[in-house]
Design a binder for this molecule. Sequence first.
Ligand code: SF4
Length: 576
Amino acid sequence: MDKIYRVNMTTLTTSVDACPAAWAGLGGRGLTSAIVAAEVPPACHPLGPNNKLVFAPGLLTGTPAANSGRLSAGAKSPLTGTIKESNAGGSAAQMFARLGIKALIIEGQPKDDAWYKLALSKDGVKIEKETALIGKGNFAVVEAVQAQKGKKVGVMTIGPAGEWRMKAANISVMDPDGKLRSHGRGGLGAVMGSKKIKYITVDPEGAPGVTLADPEKFKTAARTFAKALLDHPVSGEGLPTYGTNILINVLNEAGGLPTKNFRYGQFEGHDKISGETMHDIITERGGKTKHGCHAGCIIQCSQEYVDKSGVYVTSGFEYETIWGFGANCCIDNLDHIAEADHLMDDIGIDSIESAVIMGVAMEAGIVPWGDGPGVNRLLREEIGKGTPLGRILGNGAAEVGVAYGLTRVPVVKGQGIPAYDPRSVKGIGITYATSTMGADHTAGYSVATNILKVGGDVDPLKKEGQVELSRNLQIATAAVDSTGLCLFVAFPVLDIPEALTAIVEMINARFGLKLTGDDVTALGVSILKTEHAFNQAAGFTNAHDRLPEFFVSEPVPPHNAVWDFTDAEIDEFWNF
Ligand code: SF4
């Protein structure tokens, strides 16, 4: 039976209850957003006792469905003030599902200064005091937990950034190789820090496992789904060969690679940091070019980047991180960027927000453009040590802009704009403006259709069709985020009709339902409306769905495109 594990950090008590009927058909983002909307006062302080931190595996997590091991984390975001869901790979999601944990809800706040850890198992959840690992980085936490509890437990942890409640702090999840994946965006690590929880372990011992209502039907649908993932050129070939970093050359060619804090759309040093170059470096040095962030991933877009001596530096080395520290900061050295990625994993801070922070820090003259070692010094010595400058930087790009009196600050609702210029990839600009979670490319990845020509072809430089494209993708994404499937399944889903049918069939075979594709769309619509209503009650209006002014006034080369949507055109997004 599915259960809700609940932890009250004010009273230091726990409970395990049957999942209420209203939440039974929800998973992942659908469930975290429903719980946050139902139980968190929209106007509360995100770091106060009234916010709640919720973890939930997806509807298909724990089954043999390919790429279904994502874990959603939700809360009111300290970075944006909006509702937030962030999903991550790693091993914990599948353990949650096999233990029958539909959701873990953490509420309240300790009255004393003590730090705690949580231990989840089939018998419930225990709260214990923690002292030894306070102040330590995420790698030390993983090492200590593995030494104490073995390599089979799941771990979710915050680094010093989360302990200091920095608004860019993330929550890291251990993957099957003992490396780290992240609930990156929105500062959920600060929420976990505000509850004074350093880490959470999940013991899968004795887990009853996931039952399938119709195992044969599930097997057939899962096979069709896996075939679609492997047949599609993006998920079957591009991502497994070059990882997401294949996009550096693609976006550079399209003139949509934000360079020098969004001044230009192309970067002279793009070749030195491209997916193709990264692939050659990893192969030459004996690293891994293919790697999954959780068991059952058959796309394997991750990799293990090693240094010149073949020693591990980082994994899950994503396009957005490489863009952000590369083109955005004019750094053309992959080793410097890999070191930054390693530092951020350990400190526990979001790599996209940090990349935008560093671009704004360069704008402010804190460190020169192109200075890779300088950026890593800021991460290690300032943010990583919690100095006054480090606290300003760790609180996000918007705060750095305020502290230094800057206007060239690429954020929406306080969250840094990621790796695609909204002037030359206009569909993604609509997603940045209207997403319920601030600037977030994953909320509705219009780049797929604007640039990669997946799911159709909408000219990235024209306004026509972008609002509708972003709306359709945001609805579909909200539904996919509820299944526990990795977002990259969207590529075959957009192009191969059997892939979507197979997802619906797998959900039906898992739960004994008769859902149709329309039901899945309705789920996506209802999630977006729930999140939007929460944000409105928190004080957000259409006036917050806007990009910074400089995108309107500054044409971006090489197309010299500007952000030219009227307010009324953007507001049309919510007309559904
Ligand atoms: S494709 Fe990449 S992000 Fe998706 S599950 Fe696999 S490794 Fe993780």
